[in-house]
Write a protein that binds this ligand. Structure first.
Ligand code: FES
Length: 125
């Protein structure tokens, strides 16, 4: 059962952009907004080498990682072929223009992931 917490208004997220949600443990979560006003939440770490997806370019329902341009699906967190891998997705809902996130998921999913890094990344796999 979800434990929803109000995060922000949809209008607080830039169109075709993102904002970051810091967590007590684990990497930040990126909250994305599409041109069509849809909102998605993914761990702010690219499955390639940990790039900060929140700083990528949103197009359609995908984001292009700012480091090496992998295309990551906002709905499923999966990299587009021929690249392989996925990043954690988080539940989210929008009601009356407000964005809600699941507190339980934020506290438990992917909490061992290091924060995203930009440029040369010493903790990249
Ligand atoms: S770190 Fe995202 S494409 Fe390389």
């Amino acid at each position: 059962m979800s434990d929803w917490k109000q995060l922000c208004a949809v209008d607080d997220i830039p169109v075709l952009g993102a904002r970051r949600l810091k967590r007590a443990r684990g990497a930040d979560v990126a909250i994305f907004r599409t041109e069509g006003e849809r909102v998605f939440a993914l761990l702010d770490r690219c499955p390639h080498k940990g790039g900060p997806l929140s700083q990528g370019i949103v197009f359609g329902e995908r984001v292009a990682c700012p480091l090496h341009n992998w295309s990551i699906g906002l709905a499923d967190g999966c990299a587009a072929a021929p690249d392989e891998g996925s990043t954690q997705r988080f539940s989210l809902k929008v009601e009356d223009g407000q964005v809600f996130v699941d507190v339980e998921e934020l506290a438990t999913l992917a909490i061992d992931e290091l924060p995203a890094c930009a440029g040369a990344c010493e903790h990249a796999a």
